[in-house]
Write a protein that binds this ligand. Structure first.
Ligand code: C5P
Length: 425
C-alpha cells in the first residue's frame, strides 16, 4: 500500500519563486496515494499557472472565494474539515505574517483559519527577510499556535545571495509529511491518566492559594495521547484553556490537591500510563474559614499550612506495571533534583523544564524540555510549541514501553546464569 493512501492534503501555494518546487511536491504526494486539493494565493499564480497543479492533482485549483462568471462559492470551511493535513509550501514572509495575525484576505489564509487538521509550513524567502525580527516573531507565534515547520535550508537564493531561507527540498517535505502520518494508533486500547493545571487551596469562601499553571501542557498531552488512539482520563484543576470533546476523552474537574488525589486514586489501578503534569500545591491552609476572613487591625496575619499529599508519590507506591511520568520545574541543581524525584516518586520518566529558560514555563505556549529515564538516560529537546513537546513526550513513552531496559537484560542474564549453575550441580 502506498504510504499516503486515503489521506486528504490541502496544499497551499503562495507567491514565491519556490512555487515551482511545489509542483514536484504535489507529484510526490500523488505518487504516494494522497488526495490533494491545491489552494493558491493570487500572487502564486504569477509564478506557476494553476493548470499545472490542477492537471497533476486531478482537481481544479481553488484560489478565489467565488468563480467570477457563475458566482459559485468555494467553501473554505468544507476544505478545512476535509483536510487531514494542510501543508503550505512555499510559505512566504507575507503569508507567514498573515497566518500569525489572522489576516484572512485570501482563500488560503481563510482555509488555514478554518482548518480542523494540523498545519505544516515550509518557509521560503530571502535570507534577510528570514532573519528579520518581524518574520522570526511571526514564526514564534505560529509555533505557539501548534503549526509544524519544515525549516528552510541554506544555499543559493533566487536573489543571487547565499544563506538561509531556501525552501526545503520537496523530498524533505514529503518525508516530514510521511513521518506525521506514520504516527499511528500505537496506544489503541491503552488507558492513560493525565493530571493537569494548578490546584486551588481555599482559605475562605472567596480566597485561595494557587499558582500560574495554565494547563496547556496537560491538555496538549491529552490531545497527543488521543491522536495515538489512547483512552484518556484527564483530571484537571481550574483552567481557562479548552479541549474539544472526544469519544475517548473522560474529563474530571477538580479544585484542590486532595480532590485531585481522590479523583486519580480509584482510576490508577486500571491505567497503563499516568502522566503527572499538574502543578499541585505543596501546602494547603490547615483550616478553611466558613466565612470571609476579616481584615484585622494587626499588621500581620498568619495562616498555618499543612502539607498536601504527593499524588505522584502516593500512586508510585501502588504501581503494578504502569508507566508513570512526572514533571520537574527547578530553579537550581536541576539534574540532581530531577533524578532524585524519579526515585522518591517511583517514576519511569521525568520531564524537566527549567525556569532559567525564557521560552519554557507556566504561561508560555512554548517549552524546552529534557526527558530523563530511570537509568539516567537523558534526551534534550529544542524550544518547541507545547503541542510538539507533547508529541515528543508521547513518542518517548511509546519508545520506552517497547524497549527492553538494560536492567531487564542483566536480570535475564543473571537468571540464565543461575539456572545453568543449578543444572551443573
Ligand atoms: O516534587 P515536585 O512538586 O517538584 O514534583 C513535581 C511532580 O510531582 C509533577 O509531576 C507533579 O505533577 C507531581 N506532584 C504531585 N503531587 C504533589 C506534588 C507534585 O503529583 N503534591
Amino acid at each position: 500500500m502506498k504510504s499516503l493512501e486515503g489521506k486528504h492534503i490541502v496544499l497551499g501555494v503562495t507567491g514565491g519563486i519556490a512555487a515551482y518546487k511545489s509542483v514536484m511536491l504535489l507529484r510526490l504526494l500523488i505518487k504516494e496515494g494522497a488526495e490533494v486539493q491545491v489552494v493558491m494565493t493570487p500572487n502564486a499564480k504569477e509564478f506557476v499557472a494553476p493548470v499545472t497543479f490542477s492537471s497533476l492533482s486531478g482537481k481544479p485549483v481553488v484560489s478565489e472565494f467565488f468563480t467570477a462568471n457563475t458566482g459559485e462559492w468555494h467553501s473554505h470551511v468544507d476544505l478545512g474539515l476535509w483536510s487531514d493535513l494542510m501543508v503550505i509550501a512555499p510559505a512566504t514572509a507575507a503569508t507567514i505574517g498573515k497566518l500569525a495575525n489572522g489576516i484572512a484576505d485570501n482563500m488560503l489564509v481563510t482555509t488555514y483559519l478554518s482548518a480542523k487538521s494540523p498545519v505544516m509550513i515550509a518557509p521560503a524567502m530571502d535570507l534577510d527577510m528570514w532573519i528579520h525580527p518581524s518574520t522570526q516573531r511571526n514564526m514564534e507565534v505560529l509555533k505557539g499556535d501548534g503549526v509544524m515547520t519544515v525549516a528552510p535550508g541554506s544555499g543559493e537564493l533566487a536573489s543571487g545571495l547565499n544563506g538561509k531561507g531556501r525552501m526545503a527540498e520537496p523530498s524533505e517535505i514529503l518525508k516530514a509529511i510521511k513521518d506525521f502520518f506514520a504516527k499511528g494508533e500505537e496506544l489503541k486500547g491503552k488507558r492513560i491518566l493525565v493530571t493537569s493545571g494548578p490546584t486551588y487551596e481555599n482559605l475562605d469562601p472567596v480566597r485561595f492559594i494557587g499558582n500560574y499553571s495554565s494547563g496547556k501542557m496537560g491538555f496538549n498531552l491529552a490531545e497527543a495521547f488521543l491522536r495515538r488512539g489512547g483512552e484518556v482520563f484527564l483530571i484537571t484543576g481550574p483552567v481557562s484553556v479548552e479541549i474539544p470533546d472526544h469519544p475517548r476523552l473522560h474529563r474530571i474537574d477538580v479544585r484542590s490537591a486532595r480532590e485531585m488525589l481522590a479523583a486519580t486514586e480509584p482510576l490508577f489501578s486500571d491505567m497503563d500510563i499516568a502522566v503527572f503534569a499538574a502543578a499541585v500545591a505543596d501546602y494547603a491552609p490547615e483550616e478553611k474559614a466558613d466565612k470571609k476572613i476579616k481584615r484585622e487591625n494587626a499588621e500581620t496575619l498568619s495562616i498555618k499550612l499543612r502539607r498536601n499529599p504527593d499524588i505522584a508519590a502516593t500512586l508510585g507506591k501502588e504501581k503494578r506495571g504502569q508507566i508513570t511520568v512526572g514533571f520537574a520545574l527547578e530553579t537550581d541543581h536541576e539534574l540532581e533534583n530531577a533524578a532524585r524525584k524519579i526515585q522518591t516518586k517511583n517514576l519511569d520518566l521525568i520531564v524537566m523544564n527549567s525556569l532559567q529558560d525564557p521560552e519554557a514555563g507556566f504561561m508560555k505556549d512554548t517549552n524546552k524540555v529534557t526527558i530523563i529515564d530511570k537509568e539516567g538516560e537523558k534526551t534534550e529537546f529544542g524550544v518547541k510549541s507545547k503541542r510538539e513537546v507533547a508529541e515528543d513526550i508521547v513518542d518517548t513513552i511509546i519508545k520506552y514501553r517497547f524497549t527492553v531496559t538494560k536492567d531487564q537484560i542483566s536480570n535475564i542474564q543473571d537468571q540464565i546464569s543461575k539456572n545453568k549453575d543449578k543444572e551443573s550441580v
